[in-house]
Design a protein around this ligand. Structure first.
Ligand code: HEC
Length: 215
């Protein structure tokens, strides 16, 4: 191969490289899809913990009063949405998500052999916080709403009945199911605490009645 031949080859190669780069630059420019500011699935129905740092906490219907009468079979059907990522048997096997055997009142981020995300580990406060019914309720309504940055890629179950059924179902998946919560212990919905309006007129309107006995 003489040097002219060689130069032709090098030239052809460089030409091809140039072409590929230009095409990819141009197609990037043409097909550039601006990243959505918020992913379509993120549900920010954040429910602050009682005494939490403010924020607009939309009132959440609690599963607590529904658990005793929840339907385990429907819960099993709901769990199909979770089964892609979670096992619920005593095998302890982890998938994309940790095994959920005995999850009720299990320490958060506490299953052996699963690499939890940093936000989930932080939320567990070293394992001292447990998956009680309220935490499960909030988490399943909106995983990222309760544990910001969790690795659980699941939008959440908006229907309170679905959450109740699946939580009751998960409760049954344990060596010995945890006691059901006291239905009366359900936290009052935020919007029920509005008697402030009713109380106000008492100060102005009712006041003149007071001085009467003095005469
Ligand atoms: C796309 C996969 C995926 C789906 C679907 C999914 N999860 Fe998860 N789940 C995860 C991952 C991953 C984690 C670990 C999260 C972390 O470390 O931040 C997790 C964590 C959890 C935890 C905390 C476990 C622990 O040991 O602290 C619970 C409870 C849970 N999921 C319940 C459910 C339920 C119930 C459903 C269905 C309604 C569901 N998940 C659907 C992936 C999923």
């Amino acid at each position: 191969m003489d040097s002219f031949e060689f130069n032709k080859l090098v030239g052809a190669f460089l030409g091809a490289v140039f072409l590929v780069f230009s095409i990819s630059l141009i197609s990037d420019a043409i097909f550039a899809a601006p990243a959505p500011e918020k992913p379509g699935y993120a549900i920010e129905a954040t429910e602050e913990e009682a005494g939490g740092s403010g924020g607009e906490a939309p009132a959440q219907e609690s599963v607590i009063p529904l658990l005793a009468s929840a339907d385990l079979e429907k819960g099993a059907a709901v769990f199909k949405k979770c089964a892609a990522c979670h096992t619920d048997d005593a095998s302890g096997a982890n998938k994309v998500g940790p095994n959920l055997w005995g999850i009720v009142n299990r320490p958060i981020a506490g299953h052996e052999g699963f690499a939890y995300s940093a936000p989930m580990k932080e939320f567990s406060q070293g394992g001292s916080v447990k998956w009680d019914y309220e935490h499960l309720d909030h988490f399943l309504l909106s995983p990222k709403g309760l544990v910001k940055g969790t690795a659980m890629g699941f939008a959440g179950l908006k229907k309170v009945q679905e959450r109740a059924d699946v939580i009751a179902y998960l409760r049954s998946k344990a060596d010995s199911p945890e006691p059901l919560p006291d239905p009366a212990a359900a936290p009052a919905p935020e919007n029920a605490s509005a008697p402030a309006e009713g109380a106000a007129p008492a100060e102005g309107g009712a006041a003149p009645a007071e001085p009467a006995p003095a005469q």
